[in-house]
Write a protein that binds this ligand. Structure first.
Ligand code: GLU
Length: 428
């Protein structure tokens, strides 16, 4: 087996960040893989390359401030690196490595021809003005420019980054190249080669897998009670699409507050209140409850769509949901997962549940290359099919081999990645 003493410190198990969660997930699946792939498993435990950069910018008041940035290529066996860029004050190399590892698995689960990558800057973007954010994005892009490119590694939005940030990255890269390169990032504005349906894609995918698992468990979406943690790119869209399909979104938690209405929240009023005040606190038609109370609410679908490790050994025992659909990356720790399994709570893992975003990113990349753009209906139809088929394959394998949905998803993905790795062979 695998000995920590041989490992560089930054990927060892003493690294207690999210990378450790990812490693535990790989360890659970490794013995289940085909014998011929065993010699290659170590590949998954080591990111291919990791870059740490200094990102100095001039603030509006003239001072110079330094930020730490990262870009990690976890694996490129099946194609160029692909994965988002996150701006958050708690970003660490461990987190970016784990997120890159999950991208490798996710891209293989939905069988898009990408490896796994991720990037981030350790910054609280709420503290920066818009011009400062632009300077930060452009300088970070220049620092990681050797890593990215339309057939090398294609960034996308993640936490606290959006279409505007992608436009700045695309422009900075294009200026260096001396030509317009739209395919270097996805999640761009429509006017720069973005794809219809991309902003809602992750939330729509969350809904599609919830519907698919609900069908198999006798839990129809109309009338289902849904609780969502996070009201950003993923959580807001997921909540809206659940509600459109007839579910009752009874609770939402974000950084500002936890709001609850047993008869269903008025999501349009929440959005308006958030825009006007910057917080969910005091929104009309609902009560504000304690942060911990959120996890205890009886519901059919619980959608963590915020940060990692939100469902952990401290709150897993109290969860009152039938199904957890992981909109975030890594929201459930391995300890929590064992507790939930004992309670009979079904966990639909991140690597399928939130793969809708990167699936439509793939469509965007294809559209940019062919300069031929699809209708939103066509995009949503193809997204639904890829998500539903990938989920069905995971469900069947889990049933046949008595595995959790996460382990089944990892078996499918790791087999695809390692088959590609093995057949390529070692260079030189
Ligand atoms: N950041 C998203 C994720 O975690 C999307 C990545 C992409 O579209 O490349 O899956």
């Amino acid at each position: 087996m695998f000995s920590d003493r041989k490992l560089p410190s930054y990927i060892s198990r003493e690294n207690v960040g999210p990378w450790h969660i990812y490693l535990e997930q790989v360890d659970r699946v490794a013995p289940l893989l085909d014998k011929a792939l065993q010699p290659w498993v170590e590949t998954l435990r080591r990111p291919k390359r990791s870059l740490i950069v200094d990102v100095p910018i001039r603030l509006d008041d003239g001072r110079i401030e330094h930020f730490e940035g990262y870009r990690v290529h976890h694996n490129t066996s099946r194609g160029p690196g692909k994965g988002g860029i996150r701006f958050h004050q708690d970003v660490t190399l461990s987190e970016v490595m784990a997120l890159a590892g999950w991208m490798t698995i996710k891209n293989a689960v939905v069988n898009v021809p990408f490896g796994g990558a991720k990037g981030g800057v350790r910054v609280d973007p709420r503290q920066l003005s818009q011009p400062e954010l632009e300077r930060l994005t452009r300088r970070y892009t220049s620092e990681i420019v050797s890593m990215i490119g339309p057939d090398k590694d294609i960034p996308a939005p993640d936490m606290n980054t959006n279409a505007q940030v992608m436009a700045w990255i695309m422009d900075t890269y294009s200026m260096g190249e001396g030509r317009t390169v739209t395919g270097v990032v996805t999640g761009k504005p429509i006017s720069l080669g973005g794809s219809l349906g991309r902003p809602d894609a992750t939330g729509r995918g969350v809904y599609v897998v919830a519907r698919e698992v609900g069908q198999r468990l006798g839990l129809p979406i109309p009338g289902a009670r849904v609780a969502v943690q996070g009201f950003g790119n993923v959580g807001e869209a997921a909540a809206r699409i659940f509600a459109e399909a007839g579910a009752s979104v009874i609770a939402i938690q974000d950084v500002s507050a936890t709001v609850y209405a047993p008869g269903g929240l008025d999501l349009a009023a929440l959005r308006q209140h958030l825009r006007a005040t910057g917080s969910l606190q005091g929104a009309p038609g609902c009560e504000t409850i304690g942060r911990e109370e959120f996890w205890r609410l009886p519901c059919d679908f619980l959608v963590p769509a915020a940060l990692e490790a939100q469902i952990n050994q401290f709150n897993a025992g109290e969860i009152n949901a039938r199904v957890i659909v992981e909109g975030a990356n890594g929201p459930t720790t391995p300890e929590a997962e064992s507790i939930l399994a004992d309670k009979g709570v079904v966990v639909v893992p991140d690597v399928i549940a939130n793969a809708g975003g990167v699936t439509v990113s793939y469509f965007e990349w294809v559209q940019d290359f062919s300069n031929f753009f699809w209708s939103e209906d066509e995009i949503n139809r193809r997204l639904e099919k890829i998500m539903a088929d990938a989920f069905a394959a995971i469900w069947v394998l889990a049933g046949e081999r008595g595995l959790s949905l996460r382990t089944a998803a990892f078996v499918i993905a790791c087999s695809r990645v390692l088959e590609a790795r093995a057949i390529r062979g070692l260079y030189p």
